[in-house]
Design a protein around this ligand. Structure first.
Ligand SMILES: [Cu+2]
Length: 219
């Protein structure tokens, strides 16, 4: 299933402005692609699908090789490619669509990146799990670990910055946060978790609303 359309443009700012006018909502700034000379912005299309607008990043030096999607030779924006990053679908679609719109916005979440992620604590003896983040989903969406000290390895396999937060799982009921994770990077967060169900999600932009949320069950 197609979950990703690429709209390549020779002028990202102009195209983003144009789409903002047409859609009545501004695309979410994505990030720069260092070394490739490009930058992107994203428009959610619902159900985890999205449009990626990609164009030259004028703040980078010109890349050594040509920019992807023929951006260097475009004279006008063009639909460049379709991506389908999920091979095994089916898990998220049944439950996700209906319930995502719930408005659990009242919780006081701290958004300070890099706050409580611990560094040197060795993972000896504790439970561990791994989750991958990409646009706009967690893989796996749900997981379970044993209560106690838990180490979570978070991989950003996407093309924009993500992060992972465990809702209210930290001291004083604060979120435990990974801090920003760049594309291709992996970060580890540790937390001492009690039995129960914890929501884990990407705290950046509207990524959570676009599908980057799931349940971590602590047993
Ligand atoms: Cu994200």
């Amino acid at each position: 299933m197609i979950d990703h359309l690429v709209y390549a443009t020779p002028d990202l700012a102009t195209t983003v402005g144009l789409l903002t006018d047409r859609l009545g909502t501004a695309p979410t700034p994505g990030g720069a692609h260092p070394g490739r000379g490009t930058r992107n912005a994203l428009v959610g299309l619902g159900d985890g699908a999205y449009l990626e607008i990609i164009g030259p990043d004028l703040e980078q030096p010109a890349p050594l090789s040509a920019r992807p999607f023929g951006i260097d030779t475009l004279s006008a924006p063009a639909l460049a490619a379709c991506g389908s990053s999920s091979s095994n679908s089916g898990s998220g679609s049944s439950s996700g669509s209906g319930s995502n719109s719930s408005s659990s916005s009242g919780s006081a979440q701290t958004k300070a990146y890099g706050g409580s992620s611990s560094s040197g604590a060795s993972a000896s003896g504790g439970a561990a799990t791994t989750v991958s983040e990409s646009e706009f989903k967690l893989t796996p969406k749900d997981a379970s670990v044993k209560a106690g000290k838990v180490t979570i390895t978070v991989k950003n396999t996407g093309t924009i910055t993500h992060a992972l937060s465990l809702e209210k799982a930290g001291p004083g009921g604060k979120d435990v946060e990974s801090g920003a994770i760049q594309p291709g990077q992996t970060k580890t967060i540790t937390a001492t978790l009690k039995k129960g169900k914890i929501e884990w999600y990407c705290p950046i932009g509207n990524h959570k609303a676009m599908g980057m949320v799931g349940d971590l069950t602590v047993t």
